[in-house]
Design a protein around this ligand. Structure first.
Ligand SMILES: Cc1ncc(C[n+]2csc(CCOP(=O)(O)OP(=O)(O)O)c2C)c(N)n1
Ligand SMILES: [Mg+2]
Length: 555
């Protein structure tokens, strides 16, 4: 029997899991534990202003470090606040543990009482009820085990009267990492590999699409080798964007955000090989991107059915790197072929103009395409880049030469408002100020209170607001459908003043030539900063323009 209360021992168990950073919002259900956490050597605790944001910060921390993100919320209303974050984490495969209080198990009445588990499990997250004082450590271990092994969020619910009891039983904690099976990289099945290699050898116009699984597996060089051996072009999913920017045969992002030339080349493809990419609805643009291609998938967990569609015609169950290397080795036995590649095509790709559609722009407002091009020029390539989910998020995918490991985006649930918190989590991990958030005005204002968190903890991020004074995504769709757009327009918020109100720096950009000196100022000073960039609401992204021709508004 330990003399220490359970909350204290639970804090030690979290430290035993390797946790060094916690994102918190306190209440009765978690404040004893959170305070014990803050006393642990080397533990950094960040106090967010909304529970959703505490969780989204933990998700950003995961994105920047690969470590399980950890957040804490109180019972009842603390838990109801985090439904969007949990669903987003589930869809994005984010390992996260949320320490949640539960109302006192022995109370006859408690105003915040709520059956938390069904709410949490409805989001796809796992719920661990820690109701046995004797098995508290098992509960923590299970939470981290599931988060790590299944790459999903877990909520650990601990009634707060139990937290104050002494921990019965032995007090040595065994971390979940000791229990996770070490299996090494999965090699491909030889028969399935043979079939893939046959396809690659015979294809005239192959394209390889790499996804997040390829990033995780470190498969970039292996995939480039396989593409060279088979004469394939290279593309990525949105989260893996930037992986092949240096390669003359890279055609960028596959899917709704594909460029014109990528779209044209995909339409000609006779073979598409997805490596560590789950082939979502977005990646295949609803099935319209490569209608003529035979599709093969190399994946640790191949899925035949995804987002209501058949994913591929051939599956090779393998780690991305191991699979790509094995295929390249086999392919090397046959004669090299040009496939899709030619110097003329490389030149066309290099010279392909970005979207040049013309729009009338009001005086004093910028074209977001020009803004993003200028940001790409002044922001160093080694910065972490965080992206939102509104209409204007399309434009920043045109930024080049930035590593996918440094691109942080969680769009899988399609929720806006997360990005300031994700950027805060990234900044908490990096601690060097080299984090840029490019965000829409509507999304930023949804959780603008987190500027206070940035200020209080001295976290530095550069926030560039593409400010069209509207919910652009809705505005463009309403206009395309010939409806009144006024409900989507709220006017251009003065984010510079708001930033200054929180004790941060902020300015409205009046000339894009200012960005270079603003960048020098940001580097020289010590707080987070907002660049408020007023953009025109007339510029419709190519993705949005295509929706019209498809005749539906599902983004
Ligand atoms: C939580 C949530 N609420 C509402 C929406 C619907 N929605 C999608 S995009 C968008 C507009 C976002 O506006 P802004 O951040 O200014 O970006 P813009 O589209 O103007 O570039 C809205 C309201 C959503 N996706 N998620
Ligand atoms: Mg907007």
């Amino acid at each position: 029997m330990s003399n220490l209360p359970i909350y204290e021992m639970l804090a030690r168990a979290f430290a035993g899991e390797g946790v060094d950073t916690l994102f918190s919002l306190m209440g009765d259900g978690n404040m004893h534990w959170a305070t014990a956490m803050s006393k642990i050597d080397g533990m950094r605790v960040f106090h967010a202003r909304h529970e959703h944001c505490a969780c989204a910060m933990a998700m950003g921390y995961f994105s920047a470090t690969g470590k399980v993100g950890v957040a804490t919320v109180t019972c009842g209303p603390g838990v109801t606040q985090i439904m969007t974050a949990l669903t987003t984490a589930t869809r994005g495969g984010v390992p996260m543990v949320v320490f949640a209080g539960e109302s006192p198990i022995n109370a006859k009445w408690y105003n915040q009482a709520l059956d938390q588990a069904p709410l949490v499990t409805a989001t796809g997250a796992h719920y661990v009820r820690a109701h046995s004082t004797a098995r508290m450590y098992d509960a923590v271990r299970e939470a981290f085990y599931v988060a790590r092994h299944e790459r999903r969020p877990v909520v650990l619910g601990v009634p707060y009267d139990l937290q104050k009891l002494p921990l019965p039983g032995p007090s040595d904690y065994v971390a979940s990492s000791f229990l996770i099976p070490e299996t090494g990289r999965t090699p491909p099945n030889p028969d399935m590999l043979g079939r893939l290699v046959e396809r690659l050898a015979g294809a005239q116009r192959p394209i390889i699409v790499a996804g997040r699984g390829a990033v995780r597996s470190g498969a970039q060089a292996a995939i480039e080798g396989l593409a060279a051996a088979s004469g394939a072009l290279l593309a990525t999913t949105l989260p893996a964007r930037g992986m092949f920017d240096h390669n003359p045969y890279s055609i960028g992002v596959a899917g709704g955000f594909s460029t014109e030339i990528a779209r044209e080349l995909f339409a000609e493809a006779d073979l598409v090989v997805a490596v560590g990419a789950s082939l979502t609805y977005y990646t295949v643009d609803g099935g319209a991107l490569f209608p003529k291609a035979f599709v093969a998938q190399i994946d640790e967990q191949p899925r035949g059915l995804k987002d209501g569609m058949r994913t591929a015609d051939l599956f090779v169950k393998a780690d991305a790197k191991a699979g790509a290397e094995a295929a390249a080795r086999e392919l090397a036995r046959s004669a090299a072929k040009a496939g899709f590649r030619s110097p003329a095509l490389a030149q066309r790709i290099a010279q392909a103009a970005p979207d040049t559609a013309q729009f009338p722009i009001e005086p004093g407002l910028f074209d977001p395409r020009h803004v993003v091009a200028e940001l790409d020029r002044v922001i160093p390539k080694d910065w972490e880049m965080v992206s939102g989910s509104g209409h204007s998020a399309y434009f920043q995918t045109n930024m080049r030469g930035r590593r996918p490991e440094q691109f942080h985006v969680m769009r899988e649930f399609g929720a806006i408002g997360n990005a300031i918190s994700i950027a805060t989590g990234v900044a908490a991990a990096k601690r060097n100020g080299k984090v840029v958030l490019i965000e829409g005005d509507g999304s930023l204002i949804m959780h603008i209170q987190e500027l206070e968190t940035l200020k209080r903890h001295g976290l530095r991020i550069l926030i560039c607001v593409l400010n069209d004074g509207a919910y652009g995504a809705e505005l463009h769709k309403l206009r395309q459908d010939g409806l009144d757009d006024s409900g989507a327009i709220f006017g251009r918020t003065d984010f510079g003043s708001i930033a200054r109100g929180f004790g941060l720096r902020g300015t409205t950009v009046t000339d894009l030539a200012q960005l270079e000196s603003l960048m020098r100022d940001y580097d020289a000073q010590g707080t987070a900063e907002i660049w408020n960039v007023p953009i025109s609401d007339q510029i419709t992204s190519p993705t949005m323009r295509r929706l019209r021709s498809k005749g539906h508004g599902v983004m």
